[in-house]
Design a protein around this ligand. Sequence first.
Ligand SMILES: [Zn+2]
Ligand SMILES: [Zn+2]
Length: 240
Amino acid sequence: MNYFIDKIMEVVKNICFPIVCCKCGDFVDSEGLCPNCWKHIKWISDPKCKICGAPFEIDLDALCLACLKKRPHFDRAIAAFRYEDFSKDMILKFKHWDATYIAEKLSNWMYGACAKDMAGADIIIPVPIHFLKRLKRQYNQSELLAMGLQKLSGVAYEPRILKKIKHTDPQEGLSRNRRLKNVRGSLGVDEDYVSLIDGKSVILVDDVLTTGSTVNECSRILKKYNAAKVIVVTLARVDL
Ligand SMILES: [Zn+2]
Ligand SMILES: [Zn+2]
């Protein structure tokens, strides 16, 4: 009897609160992507650069040219999938159009990609946004992803250390040099909390890794305040 009641409740729930695909909005049985969208997302796996995580076409256990030329301040960067036409609108929907209900699913995918690297981590820090931007958007997408990772990993979450102290133009569409200039001097720390990262292994969370200038600047600051290690975890990364 209980079985039938459960089944009826499930049908009622699905009618009242249908579950839809994070990407295309089609009805699905469980939260996430429909099989068709799942197939089209370009998930990142080995081989890839040992530092920045840039995917390689051939089986190489090495560093990419960019990392060989200039080592980033972070120790490693990990992304769940590639940022391209297909995944772009799902991320933009999450970032700008209030689709915060998909945050949990997105952090699940991130955790799938970085669980091994999070094993020894001490603290999770989201990339900050300026308070005016936060006021306008009502949320910081990186904080939502970082909180999701905190729930899954049990690693402490600390959003108060890094601060965006200067409002900057959006990084989208800017060249690497302009991005670097744009981000320089725009980030700072809250001195009351920096002791929390002294000698600690930090997981730095952002939504998309493009040229890496923002996470690199965050990592530089975290290392300046004695973070022992910084691992960048993003949902997606752009192929440059
Ligand atoms: Zn779909
Ligand atoms: Zn690299």
